[in-house]
Design a binder for this molecule. Structure first.
Ligand SMILES: O=C(O)C(=O)C[C@H](O)C(=O)CO
Ligand SMILES: [Zn+2]
Length: 276
């Protein structure tokens, strides 16, 4: 498992583009026939991708966790961003269509990923955080997720947020997860920008054309930097950092958070005059 240590804002100001990308950008999560994971020391969140092809893939604790099984002290959110597949949790199969979410709670011993068609395999995106009690393992199909409309065409940020794992949806200890879709001809997410010092956040940008790019903005409000990201790249966003993007065309992303509180609306919005 690739390990990323926590970053502080003072040091980050001095980073070159290469160093910034090494610390905060996650490329190549998705590989045919493999589970790839990155362990962030920000709130000990693990981010992963799984593409099962000819055989099922098993979620293992590996050396990094030193526990008997992956979910011994953790919970996990799984969103399928590809063709149909299933996740088998201690023998119970959950079918996931594109954009469906499954929450798996603390203590489940075996998690297997399978594709329905190995020629068009499922692409499972995973985010896991430490947990203290078991919440029910449950699926939320995208068709049943509550959409929230935000932004406007005139501000180029007309978008819909679907919340999957949160206080009024799938219950968890601390993990929150959802998806934001920008409407065609809209290119901005989350402007005005915000921080939430109580929680870190991870973004996965997906459903982008090969040539499309998103400029993801990060850093303290008065010291912003950017990362140029392509399809299926993820970003680790420290609690002190803004996280906002603008694309060469509309895009979709999955956000996930973990940390001190469980309040989606706990955001400290940044005044435009304070952004530098
Ligand atoms: O477009 C948006 O606005 C979002 O998706 C908000 C993010 O999910 C977020 O940063 C939540 O804290
Ligand atoms: Zn946020």
């Amino acid at each position: 498992m690739d390990i990323r240590y926590a970053a502080n804002p003072e040091d980050t100001k001095k980073y070159t583009t290469e160093k910034l990308r090494n610390e905060f950008l996650i490329e190549s999560l998705f590989e045919n026939g493999a589970i790839n994971m990155v362990y962030s020391h920000h709130d000990r969140v693990i981010v992963g991708g799984a593409i099962p092809t000819s055989s099922a893939l098993r979620l293992d604790a590996g050396d990094a966790l030193r526990t008997d099984f992956f979910l011994e002290r953790r919970e996990i959110g799984i969103v399928n961003i590809g063709p149909k597949g299933k996740v088998v949790v201690d023998g119970e199969a959950f079918e996931l269509n594109k954009r469906d979410c499954l929450y798996v709670g603390l203590g489940k011993k075996e998690v297997l990923f399978e594709s329905d068609d190995q020629a068009n395999p499922a692409r499972f995106y995973l985010v896991s955080s430490p947990a203290h009690k078991e919440y029910p393992t449950k699926k939320l199909p995208i068709a049943e997720a509550q959409p929230t409309k935000l932004g406007s065409d005139s501000e180029s940020n007309n978008r819909t947020i679907y919340k999957y794992i949160h206080d009024e949806g799938l219950q968890s200890c601390q993990l929150m997860m959802g998806m934001t879709l920008l409407e065609p001809n809209n290119m901005w997410n989350t402007m005005p920008a915000h921080v939430h010092d109580r929680r870190m956040e991870v973004y996965l940008y997906f459903d982008m054309d090969e040539e499309s790019r998103v400029f993801h903005f990060m850093g303290e409000p008065g010291e912003t930097r950017h990362l140029v990201v392509k399809n299926e790249d993820a970003i680790i966003s420290p609690p002190w950092s803004i996280h906002s993007g603008v694309g060469t065309k509309n895009y979709t992303f999955i956000w996930a958070m973990a940390g001190e509180n469980y309040t989606f609306k706990d955001m400290d919005f940044v005044k435009m005059e304070d952004l530098k």
